[in-house]
Design a protein around this ligand. Structure first.
Ligand code: PLP
Length: 234
C-alpha cells in the first residue's frame, strides 16, 4: 500500500470512530510521525494532505529538513524527549515542542524562542503510567503546577495542551484508563482558566490504539507505522 492509500485508510478509521463516539472528525488532527522516514515519502504524505508532522530527534530532523523542499503550510513538532542543551536548535527547527517535561526546559526553550523572535506551540508531557523509563511529569507533580503558573512569563511559548504515551500493551483497551485520566487532568486544568494557558490539545493515540484514544477525547493522533509502515529498529 502506498503512503497515500495508508493515509486515506487512517482517515476513514478516524472518521468512523469519531462518528461512533458522537464527535466530529474535524476535531481530530492527524499528525504523521515521520521519524526514520526519508524525505521522498514525507513528500508523499504532504501531497496526500498531511500538514502536521512529528519528529523524535532534533539532530535527525535537522539533517532531513535540508532535503525536504518547502512544504508550504506544514507544521513540524518535536514529540521526543528534548535535552535542554538542544533547546536552541529545537526552537529554530520546530513549530511546536510536544514534550515539555520540566520547568527548566520550558524556560530554556522560551529563552531560545525569544532570541529567534519565534513563538512555539508547546504541550506538556505527562507520564500517565508512572513508568521509570519514560519522560514526562507525574500527573500530581508540583513541577506541572509550576510550569502552568509560569505561563505568563513564558511568553514565547503557547502552552496548548497535554501529551502522553501510555504503557505499551498488545491490547489497546488497556490504554483506555490512561487516556481517560489524561483527559480528566486536561479538563481540571482547563477549568482553572489560568492566564496564558490553553488546554485545547489532547495528544494521545498512536497506530495501535488511536481509536480508543479518540473515544476518550483525543484531538491529535500521532501516527507513524500505519502511514509509513514498520520502521527499521534504531
Ligand atoms: C514513534 C512515535 C509515535 C508513532 O508511533 P506508531 O506506533 O508508529 O504510530 C507516536 N508518538 C511518539 C511520541 C513516538 O515516538
Amino acid at each position: 500500500m502506498s503512503v497515500a492509500e495508508n493515509i486515506a485508510q487512517v482517515r476513514e478509521r478516524i472518521a468512523a470512530v469519531a462518528r461512533r463516539a458522537g464527535r466530529s472528525p474535524d476535531e481530530i488532527t492527524l499528525m504523521a510521525v515521520s521519524k526514520a522516514v526519508e524525505a521522498a515519502r514525507i513528500q508523499q504524505a504532504y501531497e496526500a494532505g498531511i500538514r502536521v508532522f512529528g519528529e523524535n530527534r532534533v539532530k535527525e530532523f535537522g539533517e532531513k529538513a535540508q532535503s525536504l523542499g518547502a512544504l508550504g503550510g506544514s507544521e513540524w513538532h518535536l514529540i521526543g524527549h528534548l535535552q535542554s542543551n538542544k533547546a536552541d536548535k529545537a526552537a529554530e527547527l520546530f513549530d511546536g515542542v510536544d514534550s515539555i517535561d520540566s520547568l527548566r526546559l520550558a524556560e530554556k526553550l522560551n529563552a531560545s524562542a525569544v532570541e529567534l523572535n519565534r513563538r512555539l506551540k508547546v504541550l506538556i508531557e505527562i507520564n500517565v503510567g508512572g513508568e521509570a523509563a519514560k519522560s514526562g511529569l507525574a500527573p500530581d507533580a508540583a513541577e506541572l503546577q509550576q510550569i502552568l503558573r509560569a505561563a505568563p512569563q513564558l511568553a514565547a511559548l503557547q502552552i496548548s495542551g497535554l501529551m502522553a504515551i501510555p504503557p505499551y500493551t498488545e491490547n489497546p483497551e488497556d490504554a483506555r484508563p490512561f487516556f481517560r485520566s489524561l483527559r480528566e487532568l486536561r479538563d481540571q486544568i482547563a477549568r482553572r482558566k489560568l492566564p496564558h494557558v490553553i488546554m485545547a490539545v489532547l495528544s494521545i493515540g498512536m497506530s495501535h490504539d488511536f481509536e480508543v484514544a479518540i473515544e476518550e477525547g483525543s484531538t491529535r493522533v500521532r501516527i507513524g507505522t500505519a502511514i509509513f509502515g514498520e520502521r527499521p529498529r534504531i
